[in-house]
Design a protein around this ligand. Sequence first.
Ligand code: C5J
Length: 234
Amino acid sequence: MDGDTPVTRTVHAQPFDFRFELASSALVIIDMQRDFIDPGGFGASLGNDVSLLEAIVPACQRTLQAWRAAGGLVLHTREAHRPDLSDCPPAKRLRGNPRLRIGDAGPMGRVLISGQPGVEIIAALAPLPGETVVDKPGKGMFHATPVQEWLQRAGIRSLLFMGVTTEVCVQTSMREANDRGYECLVLEDCTESYFPAFKAQALAMIRAQGGIVGWTAHSDALLAALGADVPDTI
Ligand code: C5J
């Protein structure tokens, strides 16, 4: 922890340096769940190349370890609905892939339903006892969840994002957070899309116009700001 005197940390980011204090920051890990990432899950069964998403796991793991070692707060989200689908509007369900919709029986249980194996966070990033896990029925993490109250209670002002997919749940959550006044940084090598061009464009949009939605940075820059060991790529 920062101790009695808050220490301001500086991450070399785009479009300019991102400053935060550990005690008023949370690392938000969006939807790193088995159905999106594991071979043999829902994402793979729809023909997506999940190896793209799997590839960010080591960087996420390293960043999470460094963040935990520094004493930072962690919030995990999962995209998940109630078993009776009462929180899944038809507009969302019916626009999904007709071959496998939310609530259907998929390769890892019912697709995007709380409590099903496919909704579990992958083992490499499993939450520790005491870390908060929020099931969110929307793409954004504030819609129909207690996230805003949780962040306010914890005195959080800055959010650092990892997870999938960049242009859907990560970007939506970040935009919602930005509108609520949080300072948001997305870690470029800790987020991914099934469509690399969408990831590149989402990151470009976030940091455009002087950081219209927030900042982006490589995780090595965060590790350096935390005083953690940085691989020799920076
Ligand atoms: C997430 C999705 N988590 N792409 N969901 O981004 O539908």
